[in-house]
Design a protein around this ligand. Structure first.
Ligand code: FES
Length: 143
């Protein structure tokens, strides 16, 4: 399995790792098949994601995609962040081996889950904006 240089770089030196104290939104998603988990924290000011951090307990491809995804939504509006697809993250990483494509889905879902949490904290129903986001306890990973 060959990884691109960008994947190896983001895996070896992931950007935005950690957590945000008093985050405005926190999303946690898991992959029921492999058991990997991703947690994403966002800070939002005037609808702009001013800071984002993540923690991924998972494979190298999941770490690389979360790292790239956080770079791609930092400084963006909530609306733009919601448009980020796993395909765009993969392209930014110069591709992933086919068996690792599902790992990039975690990053997209974690962003959506964090934004969904942000809306909920504001007392707004997130579903019209974010769609249905799988909750962690629905994914079967038991964490
Ligand atoms: Fe689980 Fe990659 S193998 S996210």
């Amino acid at each position: 399995m060959a990884y691109s240089e960008k994947v190896m770089d983001h895996f070896a030196n992931p950007r935005n790792v950690g957590e945000i104290e008093n985050a405005d939104g926190i999303g946690e998603v898991g992959n029921s098949k492999c058991g990997d988990i991703m947690k994403m924290y966002i800070q939002v000011e005037n609808d702009i994601i001013t800071d984002v951090k993540f923690k991924t307990f998972g494979c190298g491809a999941a770490i690389a995609t979360s790292s790239m995804a956080t770079e791609m939504i930092k400084g963006k509006s909530i609306n733009d962040a919601l448009k980020l697809t796993n395909k765009a993250v993969m392209e930014a990483l110069d591709g992933l081996p086919p068996v690792k494509v599902h790992c990039s889905v975690l990053a997209e879902q974690a962003i959506k889950a964090a934004i969904s949490d942000y809306y909920k904290r504001k007392g707004i129903d997130p579903e019209p904006f974010v769609g249905k986001v799988p909750e962690c306890d629905e994914c079967g990973c038991n964490l």
